[in-house]
Design a protein around this ligand. Structure first.
Ligand code: CTP
Length: 406
C-alpha cells in the first residue's frame, strides 16, 4: 500500500538513526520514494552520503543553504510528500515540534507541511516518562500527529525499559496502515496466479509454456495499488516481483494449488497463470540418457502424462472458502469468445478474460493485449492496449464489483 507514495523522512539525532537506513531500504522495496532530511544531531550518527545512497535522492540538511533552497525550498520539500515520517524522533525534537520551533530545516519543514506526520520516538525510558515529554506527546497527539512505538527492551544507554524505537517492520506497518485507510480496496484480500508452471521430466528437463507473467503480475500490482492485501503466486518468469505485493514463487501446478489454498480466504481470485494441464506421471530421478545402452538407434522414451489439478475450477467450487469473485483467463488460438464462454461454464468462475494468443497477434510475451471480458452471456471487447492498462481496467472493474451494490 506504500506503492508510489512519497515519504519525507526526518532523521534526528538518536542512536536508532542507523535503523532509518533500513527503513529507507524497506520503503523503497515497497515501491515508495523517500526524500530525507538529516538533522545536525542525526548526522552525528549516520552520514548524508549513506542516506543519499540508499534513498537514491539528495539528502537535505541545512535551512540556510542557498543551493538547497534554490533547488527545492523547504516549503516545497514539506509539501511534495504524501506523509512526513520522523524516525527516530528524539525527546528534544518532540519538544521542538510541540513548541512549534523552526530553527533548522527539519523543524521548519514540519511547521510548513500540510501533510500528516508520523513519529517514531526513541529515547531513554526516564526521558520518555518525564512529565515534559508526556505533555509534549499529548500536545502532538492533540494536533493529530500519529506515532508508532516506542517499544520496551534493552536501550542503547545500557538501561532497560520503554524507549526503544519501534522496529522497522512496525514503522512500515504503521505507514502501510495510514495509506490503506481510505484506499478503495483497503481491508480486502486478493489472490493472483501468474506465469507458467513447469513439470519435471527428469532432473534437467521439463514441460512448460511461453507465458511471460506480464499480465498476471500487472494485475497483482494494480490490485495492490487500490489497497488490496495481495498475494501473487508466480511461476518462473523473468519479470520482477511487483512492489507492495506478497509474492510466493512456485514451479509446479501442485505447488501452485497448495500455495493458493494457503492464501485463502480472499475476496477475489484472478487465475492468470498458464498452468500445465498435464504432468509427467513418473519423472525420472536421473537424467534420461539418449541411449541407455550407450549405442545409437534406441527408440525415444515414451513419457506418460497425468492430469494436473485445475486450480481455477477448485477455487470456483462452492464452499465457504470460495472467493466472492473468481476470475479466469482463457488463452485461445481459435474461436476465442466461444471457447472462453464454454470455459466460464465448465470451470464455474464468475468472469473470464479471453485473449487470442495465436502467434500472429504477438500477445504471448508481448507488452500489449487484446481481451474480451465475459460476464455471464455479456461479452465486452476491449480495444488493444498495454497489459498494464488491461490490469488497471480490470482492477477498477473488480473494485466496482466488490465495493458497489450487490
Ligand atoms: N487453469 C488452472 N489450472 C489448470 C488449468 C488451467 O487454474 N490446471 C486456469 C488458468 O489459470 C486460466 C484458466 O484455467 O485461468 C483457463 O486456462 P486454459 O489453459 O486456457 O484452459 P484449460 O482448462 O487448460 O483448457 P484448454 O487448455 O483445453 O484450452
Amino acid at each position: 500500500m506504500i506503492l508510489g507514495k512519497r515519504i519525507l523522512l526526518i532523521v534526528t539525532g538518536g542512536i536508532a538513526a542507523y535503523k532509518s537506513l533500513d527503513l529507507v531500504r524497506r520503503l523503497r522495496e515497497g515501491g515508495a520514494s523517500v526524500r530525507a532530511i538529516l538533522t545536525k544531531g542525526g548526522a552525528e550518527f549516520i552520514t548524508p552520503l549513506s542516506l543519499a545512497a540508499i534513498s537514491g535522492e539528495k539528502v537535505y540538511g541545512d535551512l540556510f543553504s542557498l543551493t538547497e533552497e534554490s533547488e527545492m525550498g523547504h516549503i516545497r520539500l514539506s509539501r511534495q510528500a504524501d506523509l512526513v515520517v520522523v524516525a527516530p524522533a528524539t525527546a528534544d525534537f518532540i519538544a521542538k515540534m510541540a513548541m512549534g520551533l523552526a530553527d533548522d530545516l527539519a523543524s521548519t519543514a514540519l511547521l510548513a507541511t500540510d501533510k500528516d506526520v508520523l513519529i517514531a520516538p526513541a529515547m531513554n525510558e526516564k526521558m520518555w516518562q518525564h512529565p515534559a515529554t508526556r505533555r509534549n506527546m499529548a500536545a502532538l497527539e492533540g494536533r493529530g500527529v500519529l506515532s508508532v512505538g516506542p517499544g520496551a527492551g534493552d536501550l542503547a544507554c545500557g538501561e532497560e525499559g520503554w524507549g526503544r524505537m519501534a522496529e522497522v517492520s512496525e514503522i512500515i506497518e504503521a505507514i502501510g496502515a495510514y495509506f490503506r485507510t481510505g484506499a478503495p480496496l483497503a481491508g480486502r484480500r486478493a489472490l493472483v496466479t501468474s506465469g507458467p508452471t513447469i513439470e519435471a521430466i527428469d532432473p534437467v528437463r521439463f514441460i512448460s509454456n511461453r507465458s511471460s507473467g506480464k499480465q498476471g503480475h500487472a494485475i497483482a500490482q494494480a490490485l495492490a495499488r487500490l489497497g488490496a492485501e495481495t498475494t501473487l503466486i508466480a511461476g518462473p518468469v523473468s519479470v520482477p516481483d511487483p512492489a507492495g505485493v506478497d509474492v510466493v514463487h512456485i514451479e509446479t501446478a501442485a505447488e501452485l494449488l497448495s500455495a493458493c489454498e494457503e492464501a485463502l480466504p480472499v475476496e477475489v481470485a484472478v487465475c492468470a497463470a498458464a498452468v500445465s494441464d498435464w504432468r509427467v506421471k513418473n519423472p525420472a530421478t536421473r537424467k534420461i540418457k539418449k541411449s541407455a545402452a550407450g549405442k545409437k538407434g534406441d527408440k525415444p522414451p515414451v513419457i506418460a502424462l497425468e492430469e494436473n489439478p485445475d486450480i481455477l475450477a477448485r477455487l470456483s467450487a462452492p464452499g465457504n472458502m470460495r472467493p466472492a469473485l473468481v476470475i479466469g483467463f482463457a488463452a485461445e488460438t481459435e474461436d476465442c469468445v466461444e471457447n472462453a464462454k464454454a470455459k466460464l461454464a465448465a470451470k464455474g468462475c464468475d468472469w473470464i478474460v479471453a485473449n487470442d494468443v495465436s502467434a500472429a497477434t504477438g500477445i504471448l510475451g508481448g507488452d500489449d493485449n487484446i481481451v474480451h471480458l465475459i460476464i455471464g452471456s455479456d461479452v465486452e471487447s476491449w480495444p488493444k492496449m498495454s497489459k498494464q492498462a488491461v490490469a488497471e481496467q480490470l482492477a477498477t472493474r473488480i473494485r466496482d464489483r466488490l465495493t458497489g451494490p450487490p
